[in-house]
Design a protein around this ligand. Structure first.
Ligand code: KMH
Ligand code: ZN
Length: 303
């Protein structure tokens, strides 16, 4: 029988939030490693990872920086490593893929369409609080497209999927992205069980409204039947309410400082704090959390 366990993904640092927003956002390799390991110990079975410039926290795609924390994490815990192929909208596709192509991880994110990608409103903060590069980043993203063309998606599926045996966290920011995924399934370029991340609350994507979650699931059920599992992430203050709703609907959940800096009304003091928060909610709902081994079996990962 299909496991009903809930997979907790933790997205540890991302490329949207910036160090001046929270002293707890990890950006040095040793801090990314330590917070990832603590999140895994708290119950995250998948770690979604980006890299940051160790000196100032600016997002980077440099594989050498990834290699300063990936082996440390692998050595210390059994969680599934999921490397972002989204990087940031200011990186080229080749840059975004370089680390994943050299590490050949079990899982990578794959963004299912091009879009405007608004930085969360929290980035628009008093100038004096910010590093010099932060307002520049905000301004640049206002006129930059988050580019994920059909050809880009196909290239990633072939190079990482067929080439390396990597499977994907398909990030769907709107209903149309589900149809794009079905298109690639129909062409035989992806196969189940698919792991679909419904993304809510990014400016440019679908809003973080409960009705939208019901609709996304209804359409995914129609397109993918039993051959997929969904997970939910939601930006900022929408994180916990939306993922709790997802879990009650049979879905999995993603937390982490990439998506929200908060734990309730306070800044989350670590990624693990958010993992513990959702874990307590899940257990309070009598839902069981999947171990990394169980997550691997549920998603047919290469292990
Ligand atoms: N921060 C998420 C909304 C990726 O890394 O490929 C988007 C994300 C994309 O996680
Ligand atoms: Zn990411």
């Amino acid at each position: 029988m299909r496991s009903k366990k809930v997979i907790i993904t933790c997205a540890v640092t991302g490329s949207v939030h910036t160090p001046s927003m929270s002293p707890y956002l990890p950006y040095r390799p040793e801090d990314i490693a330590a917070q990832s390991i603590e999140a895994a110990e708290a119950g995250a079975s998948i770690l979604h990872l980006h890299a940051r410039d160790p000196e100032n926290g600016r997002p980077t795609a440099d594989p050498a920086v990834f290699m300063r924390f990936l082996p440390v994490i692998k050595q210390a815990c059994d969680a599934v490593i999921n490397i972002s192929t989204g990087g940031s909208s200011l990186m080229t596709l080749d840059d975004r893929l370089e680390a994943a192509l050299s590490a050949e991880p079990e899982m990578c994110s794959l963004n299912m369409g091009s879009m405007n990608f608004g930085l969360y409103p929290a980035l628009d903060r008093p100038r004096e609080w910010q590093h010099d590069w932060e307002p520049q980043l905000l301004e640049a993203t206002r006129s930059t497209l988050f580019k994920n063309t059909f050809a880009d998606i196909e290239g990633i599926l072939k190079r990482l999927g067929e080439g390396c045996g990597t499977r994907f966290e398909f990030e769907c920011y709107d209903v149309g992205h589900l149809y794009t995924l079905a298109h690639f399934r129909d062409r035989g370029l992806v196969s189940g069980p698919l792991f679909i991340q419904f993304v809510f609350g990014v400016l440019g994507g679908i809003g973080a409204d409960p009705e939208n979650l019901v609709h996304m699931k209804r359409i995914a059920d129609k397109l993918f039947g039993d051959d997929y599992r969904f997970s939910v992430l939601a930006a900022g203050r929408h994180q916990m309410p939306m993922i709790t709703m997802a879990a009650t609907m049979g879905g999995s959940v993603r937390v982490g400082l990439e998506d929200s800096l908060y734990d309730g009304r306070e800044l989350a003091q670590s990624n693990a704090a958010q993992v513990r928060r959702i874990r307590a909610i899940l257990e309070g709902l009598s839902l069981e959390v999947a171990t990394p081994e169980e997550a691997r079996a549920m998603l047919a990962l290469k292990g």
